[in-house]
Ligand binder design. Sequence first.
Ligand SMILES: [Fe+2]
Ligand SMILES: [Fe+2]
Length: 398
Amino acid sequence: MRIQDEYTDLGDSKVAALLFEYMPKIAAEHRTDSLLVLMADLGRQIVQADRCSLWLIDEERNELWTKVAHGVDELRIPLSAGFVGYSLKTGEPLLIDDAYRDSRFDRRSDLKNHYHTTSVMTMPLESDGRVMGVFQAINKVGENVFFSKKDLERLKLISVYSAKTIESALRAETLERYARELEHKAEELKSAHMELIRILGEVSEFRSQEVGDHIHRVAEISLKLARYFGLSEEQQELIYYASLLHDLGKVGISDMVLKKAGRLTPEEFSQMKCHSAIGRTLLRDSKTDLLCMAADIAGAHHERWDGTGYPDGVKGEQIPRAARICSVADVLDALSSPRCYKPAWSEERVKEEMLRSRGTYFQPELIDILMDHWDEFYSCYKPDGEFVKKGLLPPVKA
Ligand SMILES: [Fe+2]
Ligand SMILES: [Fe+2]
């Protein structure tokens, strides 16, 4: 029997006190590297070692790594290095009195750190029957020279506790990383989705011979109306993108009608009116909030507040709110911009027309908003006013 085995360096009550002191700190800490430092501190005090460290396997790099202090870079060693490597490979603990008399000792660490190792204990960290690392204590301090079997038992106790705690921290970190990756993927998907919507909108604009950023101005004005109307930021964003598709149905209208210079005959106008229903049909089976709103807008942006619009002749709040908003923006832009069949109307005439249509064509509250903030809404049509696509995504590059 080693003389040392008769001693219990630290009384059991002191060990219990240390455990109670550290438990709340450990429970509150979720980062693995901080846990390694805390656990090592606890181990060092309980077994009265000069140094203690928890080595964990890094499967990707085939190494063991540890963190010995806050703010200090992590340390790394090969999986098979020294006593730690031995315990990892065999799953057995070690109790060594003189490291230099043991062939398994790897002296490189001492040389590098100008340190002299004598006594060593290692204990495999096991969780669910799997060795995930090794707890190592180096150089007994105090009156004794060697670690005792009692120390080894205590190191085992701390190792069991550490393995469970670190395992759950690692699992939480992995889950967090997956959650962040998923969030990133969702953002990427959303961007791609929005980009497609804008491209589709621009295709419909190109096809319908609209010129000069009509759909972008309609989207921007719709977003502003939605904001002053008190809709949430999420709804404002949906309206912005859904408005880009308001005339998507024009892809189903013949070139003869779409490209006709001058006024349409009644038959041609009937054909043109079909673009609302076509747009709604194209979009209505969508599952996303954005495309559902786009279907509402495409299908009802020519409905009128008083029920005299098309295609269904619905009125008032039966018209989807987003379509009521987009129709104000669409008409404001159509009147204020030049078209192949008419020049741009003067500001006064546009303002008068919009006001005259309050309660007939348009929801009164939306016209009130437009009038209250007229200069802001109309600024993009001023001769010196420059329309900047302030959309939520940068313009598509040619
Ligand atoms: Fe339209
Ligand atoms: Fe339009």
